[in-house]
Design a protein around this ligand. Sequence first.
Ligand code: HEM
Length: 447
Amino acid sequence: MPIDKTKLPPGPKSKNPFGQLFEFRKDSIAFLTRIAKEYGDIVQFRVGPIRVILVNHPDYIKEVMSTQHANFIKGRPLEMTKKLFGEGLLTSEGDFHKRQSRIIQPAFHRKMIESYSHAMTECTLKMMESWEEGMQLDFREEMIKVSMDMAGRNLFDVDIKKEAPEIIEALEKISGLFERITMPFSEYLIKLPLPSNIRFFKARARLNDTIYRMIDNRRKNPVDNGDLLSLLLIAQEEDPDHMTDQQIRDEAITLFLTAFDTTSNALTWTWYLLSQNPEAEAQLHEELDRVLQGRKPTVADVEQLKYTRMVLGESMRFYPPSYVIARQAVNDFSIDQYTIPGGSLILTSPYLIHHDTRFHKSPEKYDPATWGQHQAETKSKYEYFPFGAGPRSCIGQNFAWMEGVLLLATIAQKWKVKHVPDHPVEFLQLINLRPKYGMLMELESRS
Ligand code: HEM
């Protein structure tokens, strides 16, 4: 059926079919902010043959993520990530996804998360063993290593320290390739023998080796401790045709990478934001001194560490690691007064919504207490959605909260973490929002 153009949303036009792509790729947050301001809460633009729709109001985001979710797939935006993740939980669709999700869920039940808490504090303390007064460290790297360590120990029961530098290097190469996701013809570019593609495939092979080694180790020393690897291997025993070795690899690599990539960015931004907001930092220190009285934090303290949680929550409002969440419409659908054709790419942006004065008081001010108040008062969870929403929301969010609160408490109890003033801070907008030049911080002992 021909498209009824009178029912399509407004948006910027360009004679060049890839005109908007250049602006989007250069700074997608700035581009999306501009078009939302100029054209409203539902905006369309084109990237070559692809129709892209920005949906920028909590009510409409709810339609896409929840009410009409069955009409949306991860689709094209995640096609390239499948080159790394395969058909794991993040990328798979439909009944297959539902079934995998049911198998994996128990690794994230409350009791399991609580059981991970001890290793979370221990990994943080271990990282701090080599820290000294006045030391300057790239905190992005520190946060990646410690989050990787926590994911390795808790989800797979392995010590990943030895492999960490190699995994980080492989991931840097892979990130370079992901920059191309938004490029036209990206699916064809990946097939060419370009040096960047060769580097990607080598890096992926190294990551696969690490993951297969974890699986082999567990097979040789079988334990059923309820962690992710146990669940996957039990599922294989019960249904080997469905849970193949390749599928275990896809789920394991998905969980391992998503576990530390997002969390390490959230934590890196948190340290930066605290260093720029001495009042919030002082209030955090006051809470830690009062609640912990010098003890190392445990799961029993988490409930009491209310301000610490607000610090993390406000950081994910201010700089949400997943700053854009995308879907592809399967069939035509209606939203507000518009009819959007099937096949369109739908973008929602936690960053835009979290910085919108209609939904957040003084959004450019970093204030953990205001975040706490907003959470207590607000009715719509689509005003704050760093973990996505609806049936495809983050399976690891409770893991991330536990890890974040315990890590912040363990470090900030002992150290003031100061941003090195001449170190540049800029966004690098890849799959996650991360600091382009790392995050150079200086340590000052609090005792
Ligand atoms: C601060 C930390 C984290 C943030 C901001 C975050 C953010 C997100 C978001 C926005 C989604 C939804 C994506 C979409 O709708 O397309 C998601 C999904 C997912 N996350 Fe997280 N995440 C975090 C931590 C974790 C951790 C610690 C794990 C694992 C231990 C994890 C595993 C996953 C998985 C497997 C999915 C796919 C779920 C599905 O589709 O069923 N994430 N995450």
